[in-house]
Design a protein around this ligand. Sequence first.
Ligand code: F0G
Length: 480
Amino acid sequence: MIRFGNGEQIPVELHKVRVVQKLNLKPIEERLEAIDKGGYNTFLLDTKDIFLDMLTDSGTNAMSDNQVSSMLQADDAYSGSQSYYRMESALREVFGKHYVLPAHQGRAAENVISKVFVKPGDVIPTNYHFTTTMAHIEINGGKVLEIYGDEAIKIKSSHPFKGNIDIKKLNNVISEYGVDRVAFIRLEASTNLIGGQPFSLANMREVRDIAKKHGIMLVLDASLIGENAWFIKQREEEYKNAHIKDILLEMCRMADLIYFSSRKVTSTRGGGIVTDDKNIYMKLRDLIPLYEGFLTYGGMSVREIEAMAVGLYETTDETVISQSPMFIKYAVDELDKAGIPVVTPAGALGCHIDAMGFLPNVPQEEYPAGALASALFIISGCRGMERGTISSVRDENGKDILADMELLRLAFPRRVFTLSQTLFLLDRIKWLYANRELVGGLKFVEEPPVLRFFMGRLAPLSNWPQKLAAKFRADFGESL
Ligand code: F0G
């Protein structure tokens, strides 16, 4: 943040724009049609109908000039590609681990790790699940146990590390299930589903000590590790003068196995697994050619591999890694000031609006976060992602397991949106909040059995989208 003369802290862009993509801000009538065609599921929208695409930061962060230019020197080869070795060196240097396995994205790494380490009846204690992680663990017969602290799922909080594992709960899990049934302990950096909330190094150290004492493997999901490191520097006294690179290395040193989605860490499409333990490496190694591709590309294009190597180094640069969290903080603070319920403190990845607080008239069974995502798209063209009960699952009786938090996530991919675009978003959210009683619920009309939030189709429970659009046109006097 940069202080202006009037005392305001503004997230000034620490980069200049050199390649741009034209956006479309279409009339509200076309957006009504688009969301209807997309089954009131923002995953099913086309970008031609979207103004600000805040669905995710996954594969949508802006690449740097150095990343793009590195793609020209890619060494196309099925095996032994020099591009791969450049990426391997970058991973060794940035994550500090020797053995590297490539995967085509984060969930591919989760597939391989779960296949090797999760047996039926196992439990996996974690600070919080991620959708694809849980699906892979469950497919292999394991169960995810979330052992977060009291503040983790409170919407409004000033706790600096809501992503911490509750140490007492961790000890209880180990004594209740026994060491042999704990496949591994999983820590997720900048814990995605609770609002991009970091854990502290002090907490990780305690978790590591317990894991070591019992001989349990500590697995780090490093998809948002750079941001977690940045929060440690901001919020953990001991590290306020440390370099991001050193914080990152210290986090990695404590984990036995690290996996990541490169779509998030570096803006390129890919992923991987790193470890210093040869036994772990050997157990996983032979599944890579089976599911991903040969060991020196793992399902990624060599161009992406080159850009990933450069992006890994950039992740340790504070001016790069701080951009997204600063814009998120600005948006969160502005919404909070306006009395709009939003997850605090601001975390990584995006701004997370509390849909139950925003739409108290929509019961959780009618998917308030999904309804809010549709409503915001209709009135602004901004696409967010439902992170609530639609992203959850049903129990054995077919009843929805209601999510702990009902969130609309508005992602701020790194260095993509400007301050005036952020101001546009905030203006439209404020208008929607003032007109929130017009938003109604949704119901499923087509529901896939696994990861239903991706392809599921919904319908509004009344003609609320049309009424909302009519009010928008009346207030703005136009349809943009
Ligand atoms: N772990 C975390 C913490 C993630 O956020 C993601 C993806 C994955 C694993 C899976 O990685 O997409 O490369 O297969 N998160 C994206 C998101 C999809 O929008 O939050 P992937």
